[in-house]
Design a protein around this ligand. Structure first.
Ligand code: HPA
Length: 270
């Protein structure tokens, strides 16, 4: 893996990805942050050596480098999911590349369902802890200790300082914000009513199909993380309507401007 990481990184440096300070992963329906970036370089995932091939059609699938709020950022517009058939190593490979390029912080977004029914669709939830229900780990491979401690600490995977800053920004900008525990599942099927009941019992406030593997790898590499969920549906097991993916994407898009404000204002302070 080390040789691949070197080759991918060299390719991107040659394309102009020059010492990014902040890495950003944009989730489903949350790609518009790109419009605020003064783009210096961009490459489609399919052209990057050793990158997984982009599949899901509502993801544009490119890596963008440029300036945002006065900082050099590298942005994944669209991420890789286990449900597309990739493994844990594939979906976290871009995090290793961003780390190798030199990022000092990682900001992550996703669309998620609200398990905590005090939280409503269209709310933004800061993730302050997670539950990995994906049945595996991105650190379970031979040679992981070349990258860091195998038994990686997960006592505080989300950076308290960045969380406090986002809370301050939200208060300042009058953006309603929630905070809670994100549970990651494989998908792509949505959950049954019994599964939503279980998620509530075990302490999840939101559920989605991403983020946790990326955050585990970033922690392993000592990159501080901030992650937010855009809540796109309310997972009430007693009144469960059939899922509507088009609506989930629409709600994500409507909520996106608030997320963009939080990220841009946070980046100014980093
Ligand atoms: N479950 C899993 N993933 C999701 C959901 C959900 O209810 N909503 C958006 N992503």
């Amino acid at each position: 893996m080390l040789k691949h990481i070197t080759e991918t990184t060299e390719y991107l440096v040659n394309k102009g990805f020059d010492k990014p300070e902040i890495g950003i992963v944009l989730g489903t329906g949350l790609g518009k942050l790109i419009d605020d970036i003064e783009i210096i370089a961009e490459v489609h995932y399919n052209n990057i050596p050793h990158f997984p091939l982009a599949t899901v059609e509502f993801h544009t699938g490119k890596l963008v480098y440029g300036m945002l709020a006065g900082k050099k950022v590298i942005v994944m517009q669209g991420r890789f999911h286990l449900y597309e058939g990739y493994d844990f190593i594939d979906i976290t490979y871009p995090i290793r590349i961003m780390h190798k390029l030199g990022i000092k912080n990682l900001l992550v977004s996703n669309a998620a369902g609200a398990i905590n029914l005090d939280y409503k669709k269209g709310d933004i939830m800061i993730i302050d802890d997670h539950i990995n229900l994906q049945g595996g780990s991105p650190l379970a491979f031979k040679g992981v200790s070349q990258f860091g401690e195998r038994f990686a600490d997960m006592s505080a995977p989300y950076d308290a300082e960045m969380i406090a800053k986002v809370e301050e920004i939200a208060a300042d900008k009058n953006i309603k914000i929630q905070k809670g525990v994100y549970a990651s599942v494989v998908g792509p099927q949505l959950e049954t009513r019994a599964e939503y009941r279980m998620l509530k019992i075990i302490g999840a406030d939101a559920v989605g199909m991403s983020t946790v593997p990326e955050v585990i790898v970033a922690n392993h590499l000592n990159v501080p993380c901030l992650a937010v969920s855009v809540l796109t549906d309310e997972c009430d097991p007693e009144n469960l309507a059939p899922v509507n993916i088009a609506e989930i994407i629409e709600i994500a898009g409507q909520t996106e401007p608030k997320m963009i404000t939080l990220f841009s204002e946070l980046i100014k302070t980093l």
